[in-house]
Design a protein around this ligand. Structure first.
Ligand code: PLP
Length: 215
């Protein structure tokens, strides 16, 4: 696998302002170190235990992003080091993240996951709930909501994907009006990051186009 080449190809295709999260879930430390040695520092995992193991063994200047669904009882394990939690999908989870952040004497950056897809299986707040959630958030002092995250429907229908990304982008723009710290819109994966960036993504999560297909 030509990890270094894959990374530089993707980086050459995206604006410098867009953050590339290299999704390393299921991939070995050896492969992650190949990306690291080519200069990459931002990695995404979808399982807390796997991310903790990698954090313990790999260089400490790696920025670890949790991109998967998070169970509340696992938050404590990543609270000391996680740099951004993308998949926040309930107030109860936010309250737990706030509690664990306080214990670690830090602020944890979070994105609210929005359910923009037609599929039943996708996690996240629905677009209408978001405003309410936002109001309730003000009392949580050890979390910082940096923006939104969403996943499009898994389909070949580009017009559907684009309409879902546009919905997320418009919600992001609205919330941003009242939130100066709101500057991350996490959307786009290996198959759809180009459309996502055209529509306004500021952060893409790319796995298989860097590390190869997962088993
Ligand atoms: C696995 C995963 C990705 C990366 O998917 P690829 O298609 O391999 O780029 C991005 N986002 C989330 C939430 C994921 O779970």
């Amino acid at each position: 696998m030509k990890i270094k080449e894959n990374l530089s190809l993707i980086k050459s295709r995206i604006p410098e302002s867009v953050v590339l999260v290299a999704v390393s879930k299921t991939k070995s430390n050896k492969l992650i170190m190949e990306a690291y040695n080519s200069g990459h520092r931002v990695f995404g995992e979808n399982k807390v235990q796997e991310m903790v193991l990698k954090w313990e063994t790999l260089p400490k200047d790696i920025e670890w992003h949790m991109i998967g669904h998070v169970q509340r009882n696992k938050v404590k394990y990543m609270a000391p080091f996680v740099s951004l939690i993308h998949g926040v999908d309930s107030l109860k989870l936010l309250i737990e993240i706030n509690k664990q952040a306080k214990k670690n004497d830090r602020t944890i950056n979070c994105l609210l996951q929005v359910n923009i897809a037609k599929e039943e299986t996708k996690q996240g707040f629905n677009v209408i709930e978001l405003d309410l959630v936002f109001k309730k958030l003000q009392s949580l002092e050890n979390i910082q909501i940096k923006g939104l995250m969403g996943m499009a429907t898994f389909t070949n229908d580009n017009s559907l994907i684009e309409s879902e990304f546009k919905l997320l982008k418009s919600k992001f723009d609205l919330l941003k009006l009242n939130n100066k710290k709101f500057d991350v819109l996490s959307m786009g994966m290996s198959g759809d990051y180009k459309s996502a960036i055209i529509i306004g993504s500021t952060m893409i999560r790319v796995g298989s186009k860097i590390f190869g297909e997962r088993n």
